[in-house]
Design a protein around this ligand. Structure first.
Ligand code: S3P
Length: 429
């Protein structure tokens, strides 16, 4: 674990960058390709540690996956040819691998076990285990399957109707994957909109499903087909540079080829509501996913309330939005975001603690934060808490801090954005 010291640059961030491939789409692309029959190519794949956990899971089930930089060639042999993993599967720090692969492992005719790192071992798994058991899944685990490690005695699942209580794309996707493997039809009724990459990608891999408002219906016993896919840039990674450019005087930045799916572009909408000078231009589509450029210039921001239906669309962007709030005129309220307490770390606590260290007045609430702007940020040593997004928030804070900011355990940023510091250096030139 090493610490990085970041000296405030005293100027804006400028130029044009491209961020790595989308994390959510990269996971799903490997899963569909790994289950498919035939050879699939995934380009601009996010090679961060989280997505490599999903790659490793399929390798352990006998799928040959070649990697050349950010391109993967997946030699799928079809669902029936997957083999029983000899060793336990390590989900590492990856909640998406854990939840989505649980849906897959529960429905494959093989026995498997899986574990995670210290952080993932504390994160709730009952949100997928309970509805999967309703489909007939045989899952055992710590705290009656509420926590990793888990074991899956893969069995024939039965299509079921699920009315989701928790608003989570991971839970929805896990159940759709299980539904695809099950006997009969599965319906998932969402509590509210969440990112829809699974629904958008499934047809590209020849999987039939029907979306009707909040209800998604999938037929069982479907065999995905191989496909080639280029992963758009990750808007959740772009978010750090969007906020960095908006809050650092003298900035003009373009981020190219970013996924602008409406269930993910909340960061742009929220920053615009705060008065940020941002334009987006969609120039292509990958399947149904819109892809385009984001241009941001520094501007004065005003405080707003971020709550309700806005939250699922910015769930991964709250830490960096909290930093934006420190530079907004007035008091920003973030509400209805209790899910943040179940992320890689308790992000409400981690954000409050780090912003306070920088001299910001922050109130922690059970489901959010109250942040007083416009604060001048001191410097100091910030903990990443092993959480990539908390680490990157601290690094972006150094663009406007009065003194050096040190970030402990900078390696955790490799989970979603291995080239983060290279890209940051590029725009500081
Ligand atoms: C993800 C869904 C979100 C998000 C996570 C990725 C996905 O989690 O926070 O980073 O790829 O489906 P929840 O489903 O728990 O909200």
């Amino acid at each position: 674990m090493s610490t990085i010291e970041l000296t405030p640059p005293k100027k804006g961030i400028n130029g044009t960058i491209e961020v790595p491939g989308d994390k959510s789409i990269s996971h799903r692309a490997v899963i569909f390709s790994g289950l498919a029959e035939g050879t699939s190519k995934i380009s601009n794949f996010l090679t961060g540690e989280d997505c490599m956990r999903t790659v490793q899971a399929f390798r352990q089930m006998g799928v040959t996956i070649e990697q050349n930089d950010d391109e993967l060639i997946v030699h799928g042999k079809g669902i029936r040819s997957l083999s029983e993993p000899v060793a336990p599967i390590n989900f590492g720090n990856s909640g998406t691998t854990a939840r989505l692969m649980s849906g897959v492992l529960a429905g494959l005719p093989l026995f498997s076990t899986a574990f995670g790192d210290e952080s993932l071992s504390k994160r709730p798994m009952d949100r997928v285990v309970v509805p999967l058991r309703d489909m007939g899944a045989k899952i055992s685990g710590r705290k009656n399957g509420g926590l990793l490690p888990l074991s899956f005695d893969g069995s024939r699942l039965k299509g079921t109707t699920h009315e989701l209580q928790v608003r989570s794309a991971q839970v929805k996707s896990s159940l759709l994957l299980a539904g695809m493997l099950a006997e009969g039809e599965t319906k998932v009724i969402e509590a509210g909109t969440t990112r829809n990459h699974t629904e958008m990608l499934m047809p590209q891999y020849g999987i039939d499903l029907e979306v009707d408002g909040r209800m998604i219906t999938i037929k069982g016993e479907q065999q995905p087909k191989a496909a080639d896919l280029r992963v758009p840039g990750d808007i959740s990674s772009a978010a750090f540079f969007i906020v960095g450019a908006a809050i650092t005087p003298g900035s003009k930045l373009t981020i190219r080829n970013v996924g602008l799916n409406v269930t993910r572009n909340g960061i742009v909408q929220v920053m615009k509501l705060m008065g940020a000078n941002i334009t987006t231009t969609v120039h292509t589509h990958i399947g149904d996913e819109p892809v385009g450029d984001i241009h941001v210039e520094s501007s004065t921001l005003n405080a707003i309330s971020i709550e309700g239906d806005m939250i699922p669309n910015v769930i991964d962007e709250i830490p960096i939005l909290a930093l934006a709030a420190t530079q907004a005129e007035g008091t920003t309220e973030i509400k209805d975001a209790k899910e943040l307490r179940f992320k890689e770390t308790d992000r409400i606590k981690a954000v409050a603690e780090n912003l306070r260290k920088l001299g910001v007045k922050v109130e922690e609430r059970e489901d959010g934060l109250q942040i007083k702007g416009r604060a001048s940020l001191s410097g100091g040593t910030l903990q990443s808490f092993g959480d990539h997004r908390i680490g990157m928030m601290g690094a972006i804070a150094s663009l406007i801090s009065e003194n050096v900011i040190s970030i402990q355990d900078k390696e955790c940023i490799n989970i979603s954005y291995p080239s983060f510091f290279n890209d940051l250096n590029k725009v500081l030139l």
